[in-house]
Each structure stands twice: as C-alpha cells, then as structure tokens.
Write a protein that binds this ligand. Structure first.
Ligand SMILES: *[C@@H]1O[C@H](CO)[C@@H](O)[C@H](O)[C@H]1NC(C)=O
Ligand SMILES: *[C@@H]1O[C@H](CO)[C@@H](O)[C@H](O)[C@H]1NC(C)=O
Length: 130
C-alpha cells in the first residue's frame, strides 16, 4: 500500500515463531492554497493539516530553500499534533513566494507547496526620460 511502511520482526519462542508486524503511515497533507487576491498589509493564514499519518509528526515550513522561523509581528507558526498553521502578517512584496509545509514522522516525510502572490505588486516596467 502506497505511503505505508511495514516492519516485520521475527521472534523465536518455545519453537514457535511469533511474527510482529508494525505498520507506519507516511504523513498525507491535505492540499491548501493561499487566498488568490492577498492584499498588501493584510494577513494570511494557511493550515497544513494531515489526513493521514502515524503520530508523532513534526512540522516545518520552508520558503524556497530556507526554513521559516517565527518573527514578531510578521510570521507566526502554530504546530499541533496533526496540523500546523502558518500566519504571515502585514503582507509586503517580499512575502511573495512558494511556501512548503514539511511533515515528518518515522516512516518518512511529505511536502506540500503553495504559492503566495500579493495583489498590487505586479512589477511595471518603469521607463522614464527626464
Ligand atoms: C506594515 O509594514 C509597513 C512596512 O512594510 C509598515 O510601515 C507598517 O507600519 C506595518 N504595519 C503594521 C500594522 O505593522
Ligand atoms: C513557485 O514555484 C513554481 C514552480 O516551481 C514557479 O513556477 C513559480 O514561479 C514560483 N513562484 C514564485 C513566486 O517564485
């Protein structure tokens, strides 16, 4: 079964073989998206929530290649047993980008990426002659 990892352990006991099977499910992330028209200076929230996966699971958020860390008045991350919420406050042009939620357990890790675009931040070519 996809996303499931099973360990088979054998045990010899009084000439009998007792088989121990333990199955672990990879985390499965419910798809999420940012609001399509996020406005400057507003805040956005996304929830990376698991529909499946053996606990405990640890969460991490990545923007491009770097891990996101909490930043006062800017980035808040609230991780619980089976979900993690990312809140970005006071949106600015610099917040545009791809945000990846990484959920990890003993079976492995799963990633899901969503793109944040900020309204009113289309780069206009500025051609000026003075
Ligand atoms: C939001 O950020 C702008 C600069 O990008 C700053 O001038 C403004 O004070 C901030 N607003 C809040 C509510 O933090
Ligand atoms: C996010 O990733 C996609 C696919 O790699 C890419 O096409 C897009 O330009 C990226 N978005 C931003 C804002 O960098």
């Amino acid at each position: 079964m996809a996303g499931t990892l099973c360990f088979l352990g054998g045990l010899m006991f009084l000439n009998a073989v007792i088989k121990l099977v333990e199955c672990l499910d990879l985390p499965r992330i419910q798809p999420f998206t940012f609001p399509t028209k996020a406005e400057l200076h507003t805040r956005v929230n996304v929830l990376c929530s698991l529909s499946k996966g053996t606990l405990p699971v640890t969460f991490m958020w990545i923007k491009y290649s770097g891990p996101l860390v909490e930043l006062a008045d800017k980035i808040e991350i609230l991780s619980q047993r089976d979900s993690s919420q990312l809140q970005i406050k006071n949106l600015s042009g610099e917040d545009v980008g791809n945000y990846t939620c990484v959920a990890k357990n003993t079976a492995g890790e799963t990633r899901f990426t969503a793109e944040l675009l900020v309204e009113g931040r289309k780069i206009k070519p500025v051609l000026q002659w003075s």
